[in-house]
Design a protein around this ligand. Sequence first.
Ligand code: AMP
Ligand code: ZN
Length: 475
Amino acid sequence: MKLYNTLTKTVSDFVPREAGKVKMYTCGPTVYHYAHIGNLRTYMMEDVLERFLGYEGMQVERVMNITDVGHLTSDADTGEDKMLKGAKREKKTVMQVAEFYKEAFFEDCRRLNIAVPAKVVPATSCIDEFIRVISALIEKGYAYPAGGNIYFDTSRVKDYYALTSHTSDNLKVGVRDDVDEDSNKRNKSDFVLWFTKSKFDDQELKWDSPWGVGYPGWHIECSCISMMNLGEYLDIHCGGVDNIFPHHTNEIAQSEAYLGHPWCSLWFHVHHLNDESGKMSKSKGEFLTVDLLVKKGYDPLAYRYFCLESHYRKPLTFSYDALDNASKAYSRLIRRIASLEEPHEEPDPVFVQRYEDKFRKLVGNDLNTAAGMTLLYDILKEDASCASKYAAIDSLDRVLALSLTAKARALKKEDEGPAAAGADQESEEIEAAIALRAQAKKEKNYKEADRIRNELANRGIILTDTPSGTTWKRA
Ligand code: AMP
Ligand code: ZN
């Protein structure tokens, strides 16, 4: 497949170091709060990439960290530890907060059909390894102690800014609001590998180290967890675009300094999902989570459909209108598949292969999922057996993961009457939306109540208000 590489700034053929085997690392969530749907856009596109590489016959070994220590409110090593902030907010211990939001993240992934990487490693489980690598960096002259902390000396690296469009000028204090003066640093771009002193010394989790009791910086964890589990060479490293600088820039500097050779050949970055104000936030405005979408009556996979309709290298603006459109298109697609007869004969392998080849060509062009999705509609229009159409759709859906034929079959079952379908997950979601609508009506928020009714109608759910409550059925 062809992929854009942030390092070379070109789209070119992706060739793993070892034929047929891909080593892939994903920067995992900082588990101090729920993931917002922007974070999940990044994980979703990484998931599609992994699925597509598998579809191409490659064996993907993928590792992800869980950041449960060291990520400060500013990526430039200043501010408070995000985990500690979360613990204070919820009056819990850092580990309780980490456990809760890690599980919430996995649940979000499940609802969005994002396959969690086979290996998930919390940073707090690797402290000895961080200390070992930091010690080696000091020994090699790449790191230095100052003011109680250990810093990485970026001036020792030849091409520190290779991954990024940032320059040393951007790092002048006042140019970026996340850059504070730290007089311990020899160079403005130096970063902390190990803290024993920070402005915030009420850190809950601390470990003994040769440099005093303290905790690791954020960047070192990804380098170490990747090298520990995937070895000295990495094929693909993923994250959102905000990770390019300083996080991934620092990862390259320290990993290559430690290894003494180039480390990762391809850097895959997903552009941001923004709300209409321009930035997704966990603290201001409406906190957009999968849970919120479900409460508002959306099928989480409608959000997946919405994301796959746009290219991962373009910023995407979220609005409920845009999600409504995607949700309608997704429901219509499921309905059209549901209108196919159940397959009774064998699919035509030539037909299926033809669509697989087209799909490989389209999605293999820098993960163009939107182009790949148009094939679903082409398949439905074809003069072919239902069995062949089902088989071709199932094949493409191994990468898209929109649960297309499963949803279509569930819909057929529901058309036989809601009772036949039982209290499955979708019914629960519908009931939750009805409860939210009842609440909105109680609060005289008729606009929201109507919006929920319309949203459900778009999904083919008809509500009837009765004196004893609201009932629903399929249109
Ligand atoms: P965090 O939990 O803050 O470490 O972020 C988790 C992942 O989400 C990282 O890969 C970020 O680069 C990515 N990310 C952060 N904000 C957004 C956004 N608005 N849209 C897409 N991805 C994002
Ligand atoms: Zn990382």
